[in-house]
Design a protein around this ligand. Structure first.
Ligand code: AMP
Length: 553
């Protein structure tokens, strides 16, 4: 039966194995990515037992890349992208050159041809979109300047790879002695590729920018949630696919532009929410698919080369990135974050390696090294990030002492204040009321655009997810008198209430709910007063009805 449904088998095996291994990783307190990669190794062809379809898993992983890049695009404006070009363009290009050179050095030592060395070096020079974005998201860094530089850097690498991929076949021909016209052939190929990329961008900015928001607006006004969800998915996947098949650019780039165009509309937040669950599921499948490619025998066959490959990816690339970012005048903190986020390789490297071996440029050993290097670098990436955080902490020790003093002062001011979570429909009205009654208020909000609005309205804001104790502490929860949780998700509010209560036993907690189950859940988790929105609406409607009877006409 399984042989008749390889797609279902691959999805099920991938997700189930990832769930179990992810849960084990969670219990062992290691990064979930390590669990997903291990799940991939388990269902991969190099370990006994069930073997999922590698090609299908790779295609499913592409969906993860598309949805992730679409999500990033939603939070990115063209202005953001252009604002980091001064560092992202030279930074990415210099780093690609350095990593390629290091790869070439290794392969010349191994006695491979120049072309093989070039492909190998290039494969080591590009970071994985999924790994970078997941790492940034997990640490809430995407909306920061560091995050923007990293995404800009990623896009330049992506474009460089699009060019490298189209150049590889003519290059292979040239190496095979395919005629004197090789040089001009290559120039023409580069020209055509650049033209296509520009064509795609122009098309999106001129045509897409008009049609896509219009279509989504129309769908939003039909009032059908299902249709809206479908429309968002159709736009993300449709544009990515169209971009790849018509303009030959990568899926990721297509999806990024689709997201960026939608990001300019009012509907971007809803669009982001609708794609979230699918995005996470497919991003997990990405890691599983990487794990599947791992052949443990490489470790025994080429241990030294593998060690050097991993060192190039983790140390060589990040040292180059660090030096470049510092040379451009950015802080150590920014440089360390960018360096850590790029200290891995992924999907583009696999594609390059695959094409390289198909064309007979790259020996099989090269592909194996790239695959093993990728999985090892992705596996240790969370550790690299943690080490980077330590480095940042040391670099900022002096600044921290000063910041501590300011923080203590602020805390004194904040004592007995109200912490409000969420500045949406409910939170906004509450905040206005609190201001009028002269209460000191600190607002926690996790959506950057909403946060900006609250700041413009003159409130004290802490940016972040209130479910994190760090964010709650930053808002001075330990010294606060009251907590108002004005978010629509009752169960998430339960987690927040529980953590806040733990940090401050005297706190009075008010919460908002939308069902009786949520009310009970919130009360169990430490909320003192819970308002059920729907019940209040019904009460008010009944009162209005009664009044309209009393006053006929
Ligand atoms: P509304 O449902 O319109 O009142 O909006 C709720 C607001 O709460 C939105 O602006 C959300 O971004 C915000 N929000 C939801 N969950 C959290 C959370 N865990 N931490 C901080 N803000 C949140």
């Amino acid at each position: 039966m399984l042989h008749h449904s390889p797609l279902i088998a691959t999805i099920v095996a991938g997700l189930v194995a990832a769930f179990f291994m992810g849960a084990i990783a969670h219990r062992l307190r290691i990064a979930p990515i390590a669990g997903y990669l291990a799940a991939g190794v388990l269902v991969g062809p190099f370990t006994p037992g069930f073997v999922a379809d590698v090609a299908l898993a790779n295609e499913l992983a592409e969906l993860g890349v598309i949805l992730l890049m679409f999500g990033v695009g939603l939070h990115f404006s063209l202005r953001d992208l252009l604002s980091v070009r001064h560092i992202a363009v030279p930074g990415a290009l210099i780093q690609i050159a350095v990593a390629t050179m290091l790869g070439l050095a290794l392969t010349s030592w191994l006695g491979w041809s120049l072309a093989a060395g070039l492909v190998f070096g290039l494969a080591l020079s590009v970071a994985s979109t999924v790994v970078l974005l997941r790492a940034m998201q997990a640490r809430d860094l995407l909306e920061t300047e560091r995050g923007r530089i990293a995404v800009g850097w990623l896009i330049v690498e992506d474009l460089a790879m699009v060019i490298a991929l189209v150049l590889l076949p003519p290059l292979a021909e040239l190496i095979d002695g395919g005629g004197a016209s090789g040089g001009s052939d290559i120039a023409a190929t580069i020209g055509v590729t650049l033209l296509k990329v520009c064509g795609f961008i122009a098309f999106m900015l001129i045509v897409g920018r008009r049609i896509i928001p219009l279509a989504l607006h129309w769908v939003a006004h039909t009032g059908s949630r299902e249709l809206f969800r479908l429309a968002v998915l159709a736009i993300a996947l449709g544009v990515a696919f169209g971009a790849a098949s018509v303009f030959d650019v990568s899926f990721a780039l297509g999806a990024f532009f689709a997201g960026m165009i939608l990001g300019e509309t009012q509907l971007s937040r809803r669009a982001a929410e609708e794609t979230l669950p699918l995005r996470d599921a497919f991003a997990v499948l990405f890691f599983v698919s990487v794990g599947m490619l791992f052949d443990p025998s490489v470790i025994a066959q080429q241990p030294l080369s593998l060690l050097v490959t991993v060192a190039i990816i983790i140390l060589g690339k990040s040292a180059a990135a660090f030096a470049i970012v510092r040379a451009f005048g950015h802080s150590t903190r920014t440089a360390v974050t960018i360096a850590a986020s790029l200290a891995q390789i992924g999907e583009f490297s696999f594609i390059l390696a695959g094409l390289g071996t198909d064309l007979g440029i790259l020996p099989d050993a090269g592909r194996d090294l790239i695959l093993a290097g990728a999985i090892l670098s992705i596996f240790v990436n969370p550790v690299v990030f943690t080490a980077a955080a330590g480095r940042i902490a040391r670099a900022r020790q002096d600044a921290i002492d000063e910041a501590d003093a300011i923080e203590r002062e602020r805390e004194r001011e904040r004592r007995e204040h109200v912490v409000l979570i969420g500045y949406g429909r409910v939170g906004r009205l509450f905040a206005e009321g609190a201001r009028q009654s002269g209460r000191a208020l600190v607002i926690i909000e996790d959506q950057p655009d909403v946060m900006e609005r609250a700041r413009n309205d003159g409130f004290t804001i802490v940016h972040g997810n209130a479910a994190s104790i760090r964010t709650l502490r930053e808002a001075g929860i330990a010294e606060a008198a009251k907590l108002v949780i004005a978010i629509p998700e009752g169960y998430e509010a339960g987690v927040i209430a529980q953590r806040a209560r733990k940090a401050n036993a005297d706190l009075t907690i008010f919460a908002r709910a939308h069902s009786d189950e949520e009310v009970a859940h919130l009360q169990r988790h430490g909320a003192d007063h819970v308002v059920m929105g729907e019940r209040e609406i019904a009460r008010r409607l009944i009162a209005m009805l009664a009044r309209s009877r009393e006053a006929p006409g």
